[in-house]
Design a protein around this ligand. Structure first.
Ligand code: ZN
Length: 285
């Protein structure tokens, strides 16, 4: 297999962009990138007008947009109010993403707490159904996907299995794979080789279908972990795992298309480095 269509971009406003967020799409195109994740991680505060303008600039510059929902989301929370406010944050995220013409809302589903895996996952599924019900009251178009992310801490819902289980039980759900998080939550055991990465992509495809991984929404950075998993994201040049080559080689082997978002502290600079690595593996992109 050859490489599919691979897009690269930063998680949030490029660090070398001095201007406004609205200048990000042209900035990214000028340096050779074509994706961006809008970070609403501290709350969805963008106005409809600004979101629509950002979307128009993104389309003009061939930049694909996604949105990262607030960190403060826990669909498996014990307290009803916490579930309610999580549902609301996801509905707001869907709205904003629709305004900007983005394709997926990335979010961390919740925590295992005292529930155990099965019950926590089933609470997340219940919460997502509430999100789509609520969203259906304000919009009759559903062109945005919900993307539960593979998470970095061992107490968080978000193993590969969890994400597959969630997405196979709700509508418009696609996996968001963060390879750094999987490395951290496995305490460095994953991935050992290209085959380990291929297996995950094939499991997504087999259980969720081709559409859910076309493109495969991807996060990447190097990462430091402790016993509980994720501690800190690092740049590609730092001496931590995982190895980005394994990811790109696996993408070539499967022929999957992907939107690859850099969560490195130096955002777009490392997105360009990742693009360079894939170009070595794939030929010019
Ligand atoms: Zn995330």
């Amino acid at each position: 297999m050859g490489c599919g269509n691979l897009r690269f971009g930063p998680a949030g406003k490029p660090i070398d962009l001095k201007g406004d967020m609205l200048d990000a799409p042209s900035f990214l195109r000028n340096i050779g990138l074509n994706a961006m994740e809008y970070e609403a991680v501290r709350g969805v505060n963008i106005s409809k007008e600004k979101a629509e303008r950002l979307g128009a600039f993104a389309r003009e510059n061939d930049v694909v947009l996604s949105l990262h929902a607030p960190y403060y989301i826990n669909l498996s929370a014990v307290e009803n109010e916490k579930v309610e406010s999580s549902v609301k944050r996801l509905v707001d995220s869907l709205k904003a993403t629709q305004w900007m013409g983005g394709y997926v809302v990335v979010f961390h589903p919740g925590y295992y707490l005292e529930w155990g895996i099965k019950e926590a996952v089933s609470r997340v599924i219940h919460g997502i159904n509430m999100v789509w019900d609520r969203f259906g009251e304000v919009s009759n178009v559903k062109n945005v996907w919900l993307g539960p992310e593979t998470t970095g801490k061992t107490k968080q819902v978000g193993s590969v299995e969890d994400v597959i289980e969630i997405c196979s039980n709700v509508e418009k759900c696609r996996p968001v794979v963060d390879w750094a998080h999987l490395h951290a939550r496995s305490l460095g055991r994953f991935p050992q080789d290209v085959g380990d990465v291929v297996k995950v992509i094939e499991a997504f495809e087999k259980r969720l279908g081709k559409e859910a991984i076309n493109p495969l929404h991807t996060h990447f950075s190097k990462i430091e972990y402790t016993r509980g998993g994720e501690k800190e994201h690092h740049t590609l040049d730092e001496n931590y795992g995982p190895d980005f080559r394994l990811v790109c080689e696996a993408y070539r082997e499967v022929g999957v298309s992907a939107v690859i978002i850099s969560e490195s502290p130096i955002l777009e600079r490392d997105a360009l480095k990742m693009k360079g690595i894939c170009e070595e593996i794939c030929g010019m992109l």
